[in-house]
Ligand binder design. Sequence first.
Ligand code: ATP
Length: 490
Amino acid sequence: MSFAALQLIDPLLRTLAELGYDDPTPVQKQAIPAVLAGRDLMAAAQTGTGKTAGFALPLLQRLTLAGAVGPHGVRCLVLVPTRELAEQVYDSFRRYGAALPLRAFVAYGGVPIEPQVNKLRKGLDVLVATPGRLLDLLRQGALTFAQLETLVLDEADRMLDLGFAADLDAVFAALPAQRQTLLFSATFSDTIHAMATQLLQDPVSVQASPANAAAKTVRQLVYTTDKKAKPELLVHLARQQDWGQALIFAKTKKGVDQLVALLQDEGFSAEAIHGDRPQPARLQALNRFKARQVQLLVATDVAARGLDIQALPLVVNMDLPTVAEDYVHRIGRTGRAGAAGAAISLVAADEVELLRAIETLIKQVLPRVEEPGFEANHRVPSTGTPPKAATVVRPAKAARPAVPRLAVPKQAVPKQAVPKLAVPKPAAPRPSAPRPAGGFEQAPLAPPKPARKPRPAAVPPGRTVVATSRGAKAAAKAPAKAAAKGRPKR
Ligand SMILES: Nc1ncnc2c1ncn2[C@@H]1O[C@H](COP(=O)(O)OP(=O)(O)OP(=O)(O)O)[C@@H](O)[C@H]1O
């Protein structure tokens, strides 16, 4: 089935052709007709399968074909849990709607509110927002929902996890009862099912792949080790397996900062994303990573949802997430749009229950392996019978190969950003559609800065270093350098 067969209008078809989208994905095939028909929708599909276009394309078409917006009005509201995802979803609307005369904008916290208030004066066809800032704008009288036609909740369960429930309720209370409501996610918790029952009217249910399933394109592997050995094991694997770019998740903001300090000290180009970093710095780190000017991006779960980093070959879980669903979203940053990806989790004995919860959710026992020299003294208890396909039969210690057991798909990283690693050529970027004058507003994205040499690590003064031996020594040197540089703490 083609996009034309889904009854999309010519400007959208032309843009899709320019973007190189030949055929709709399964979730798009099911969602687009339902959204065009004005139905409410609850859609579950694996990470990286094109859910954004599944709602953006038909909504752009509906907004173009009927209606107009008045001052302070918003016709379509898209709520997302994080600021980075807000930017990305807005960018998708801009790209898909490049040939359409619609007004769109994005609003989130951590940046001045005034420009957002100004943007809302003339009204918007599409507003992508995070719940907290949206509520601030609403309370200031910067916008009205009298003209609202459609509400989209992207990654709604994450918004509830982040404690936005009260904000969401306040937003829902301000919306017209007569509207279209769409709910999209790769995972659906019980709470979200309950919320859907209240919010959706006679919804179409789209299940393009099993809910809560990890993307099939991602090969997964667990390295069992001791907690204190994790930082050193990570550095060892990055070198030995010659990682290209990797997105590394750690549980806490402090853990993220410590790991970045260690990696930078070890000569890697690494940056951090977490909730305590100023928003412009967060966006800049992400944009530099997307532009392949940074090799390793270390993040809390703020980066787990929705982020689309082209051809990212590897996700690493330094710590397992406490919410099992987040594992599915984290590893879904790789293996997107049919590409191959790999996910490595470093697991210590005290994480066995988290591992069990993840394996129960994804209905899969993850293959395990131990790296010579990093074997766990505190054994990680078994969580079940490993599946047949798992290549975890360990050869005798002396005979163990030094090569990785999980092939990480190769990907390009610019030479100057990664002094110590092999550097293949950068892949060609995906074409983007032209943006005619009078079309969508430009996103307030900071332009990516040129690559620079890895700088000395910045570490909060007085921090505890978890690393051992070489890593610990390196990290222990960091506070003095950080103080000298005067970089913000987090
Ligand atoms: N029909 C298509 N043909 C080719 N590429 C597509 C198509 N639809 C979407 N894509 C691309 O696939 C990638 C993943 O899309 P998207 O970010 O919407 O996935 P998602 O399902 O929302 O993922 P997540 O659950 O992680 O949020 C994007 O890079 C997008 O440009």
